[in-house]
Design a binder for this molecule. Sequence first.
Ligand SMILES: O=C(O)[C@H]1O[C@H](OP(=O)(O)OP(=O)(O)OC[C@H]2O[C@@H](n3ccc(=O)[nH]c3=O)[C@H](O)[C@@H]2O)[C@H](O)[C@@H](O)[C@H]1O
Length: 431
Amino acid sequence: MPSLEDELFPSTPGKFKIDRAHTMNRHFHRCFGSTSTMFLWALFLVALTASYLSFQSFVYTGSRYLTASWGGIQWEKQIRHSAQIHRSNGMSVLVTGAAGFVGSHVSLALKKRGDGVVGIDNFNNYYDPSLKRARKSLLNNQGIFIVEGDINDARLIAKLFDTVAFTHVMHLAAQAGVRYAMENPHSYVHSNIAGLVTLLEACKSANPQPSVVWASSSSVYGLNEKVPFSESDRTDQPASLYAATKKAGEEITHTYNHIYGLSITGLRFFTVYGPWGRPDMAYFSFTRNILQGKPITVYRGKDRADLARDFTFIDDIVKGCVGSLDTSGKSTGSGGKKRGPAPYRIFNLGNTSPVTVPTLVSLLERHLKVKAKRNFVDMPGNGDVPFTHANISLAHRELGYKPTTDLATGLKKFVKWYLSYYGYNHGKAVN
Ligand SMILES: O=C(O)[C@H]1O[C@H](OP(=O)(O)OP(=O)(O)OC[C@H]2O[C@@H](n3ccc(=O)[nH]c3=O)[C@H](O)[C@@H]2O)[C@H](O)[C@@H](O)[C@H]1O
């Protein structure tokens, strides 16, 4: 009769298994011998695992330390040096988005007149980061230090305020672009809402609190039909998520003004253009396509009406930004406590003379001396608005803001820069 063992492990394989088990047992005993030796082996294995894990963590921490882009005595020294003021009654300004289009121009203007400037930028790849790097080099050459980091990094922002008692913050870091919001909605919430709050938290806690000037947008007027747009007009019909986040920014900054006594100035920029501009904007991408012989898409509104923008030249915007910093008034709180009411202001910074998109194209053709291949398309429902037109009387009265550059003159300067930066053959395949 087969034993139970034989039934569970049938004839040959069963035998083999039993034999193997015996063999393994023999090997095991040969290797580990007694119980005490086994205990020693176990201890050895535990020690080995522990030392491996701590080595791993050492490598991780070490590499984090080595790749950290901020911190350290040398870093702090550079920040303080960059923030030094070289004129009487000057200011030390933290410029966010300093490697951006408006940020780089404003930083240079402030530095030139003797203010201290420290920049911060995350160098994201919304558009070609090499252009941002080139702007950074320009700023570095003028003695402006740019921290590579994100405004959502609360520790970094706190460290900056620990290192320098900034008198002002020029907040220009943002996710820009009206139509891109349909592709990547969360990037708008990340930068324009979460990032803004992180920055304001640091500003409210700073002692002394800085005055804050920041970039809102003409897009907050949304589907308004009353022209020109005045600051007191309704802004509750945004046409894009971009516009909605900028409008939210105006409300958020208001609460920080109300609760903590932060001085706030919001600037509604109207389609800013010029040298060192943003490649995602129409005037820039049209220029590239025209030079490459590629067609350009020109949107048209209802009943084939031309779209129009109150295009505003960068130098005028810079004057508006600097004027806002100069007149911002002080924050009244300190260390998170309000001591009295502080200024809360909003200004349109536009050009007051809207130009249609087809006219923009004609001006580019004239300056580039190349004919454009126009492709007219009905405006898709992608967040665009048919026109913008700024009333700037408030900014004129309060800031002395007076734009002086018309679109033809401004585009001429842009094209000159574009050709010197990229050349005629930018992006063109060379045969
Ligand atoms: O003032 C603002 O607050 C915003 O200004 C800018 O937005 P916009 O005014 O939309 O500028 P921009 O894209 O240059 O399109 C210009 C015109 O060309 C039309 N347009 C555009 C692209 C295209 O392929 N074809 C076309 O006809 C288009 O329909 C429009 O009529 C900033 O990008 C934005 O970040 C924000 O700052």
